[in-house]
Write a protein that binds this ligand. Structure first.
Ligand SMILES: [Zn+2]
Length: 78
């Protein structure tokens, strides 16, 4: 889908305006509102999952760090 004003490729059909020339796009260039809502919701879910994963990873990192300090590589009594 190209912009009807500047004829450049539209990188998203979620935005009401062309990212190149800023012209307001006609409705036929855009996704219907319910589709937009659906995509937004999916993106939100992906984002939330990513944040949750990151927190989990950070928690695991902290745990590993703690174990390293507690158990210690030098605690074996050699
Ligand atoms: Zn344009």
């Amino acid at each position: 889908m190209n912009c009807p004003h500047c004829h450049r490729l539209l990188y998203s059909r979620l935005h009401a305006k062309c990212g190149h020339c800023g012209s307001v796009l006609p409705p036929e260039c855009l996704l219907p509102e319910d589709e937009v809502a659906k995509v937004r919701q999916e993106q939100e879910q992906i984002e939330r999952r990513r944040i949750a994963d990151k927190e989990k990873q950070e928690e695991a990192d902290r745990e590993a760090e703690r174990r390293k300090q507690d158990g210690g590589y030098f605690g074996g009594g050699f």
